[in-house]
Design a protein around this ligand. Structure first.
Ligand SMILES: [Fe+2]
Length: 217
């Protein structure tokens, strides 16, 4: 079973998608590239008609893999498989987090495992059961979406989500995701701006995005 990793694998340093992967992502979600590029054509549009495309573009934009972070004391293995952590009666501001998992060559990783856990609206972890815990897998395009709530604050930490990410057969990346504009981002020693989600308000809910880059260097 793919969820039987034990979390003890040494996490490999990993990074965040920016320019090159933004383009790849745009292609994946069928956003017109010229619009994204402000009318600048891609180099491949000017290739000779019979020239082959590079099958897997190299990650040449200097991106580093997503940085690992401490697991903390509240991880539990064997979370239920579910993309939504919402249950009847779940309180809190609704949040979706979506993005992609990429390998170090900028290739989207299908069927990558993402295991999320977080505090509830009151800042508490469920250490008896599996509230606010769940794992899921990326789709064929390497995409994922988590449906949850904005985690509550608890002493000593800024607002964050915990996650383990693993491409099939690869090392486990254990890390955390952060929210922009949080006052405690300035005082939490674990906070890393490389792990900030992009978050926008959507009516009463929030929509976050983050791309993971996993794999061995
Ligand atoms: Fe935590």
């Amino acid at each position: 079973m793919a969820d039987e990793y034990d979390g003890t694998t040494e996490p490999t340093a990993t990074g965040r998608g920016v320019s090159r992967k933004t383009l790849l992502k745009a292609a994946l979600v069928a956003v017109p590239l010229p619009a994204l590029l402000g009318g600048v054509a891609l180099a491949r549009d000017h290739r000779p008609a019979d020239a082959p495309l590079t099958p897997t573009p190299a990650c040449d934009d200097g991106d580093d893999p997503t940085p690992p972070q401490t697991e903390g004391p509240y991880f539990k293995p064997h979370s239920p498989q579910r993309a939504s952590l919402l249950e009847p009666g779940t309180r809190g501001t609704r949040l979706t987090v979506s993005g992609f998992v990429f390998g170090l060559t900028c290739r989207p990783v299908a069927h990558a495992l993402l295991d999320f856990w977080q505090a509830d609206d009151a800042g508490a972890y469920d250490n008896r059961g599996f509230r606010m815990r769940g794992h899921q897998y990326t789709d064929a395009n390497g995409a994922f979406t988590l449906t949850t709530i904005v985690p509550g604050l608890y002493p000593g930490r800024t607002r964050h989500l915990h996650v383990k990410v693993q491409e099939p057969g690869g090392p486990v990346l254990t890390t955390q995701l952060y929210f922009p504009g949080e006052p405690r981002n300035n005082t939490d020693p674990l906070f890393n701006p490389a792990l900030l989600m992009q978050v926008r308000q959507a009516g009463p809910a929030k929509q976050g995005t983050f791309d993971f880059v996993v794999g061995r260097r």
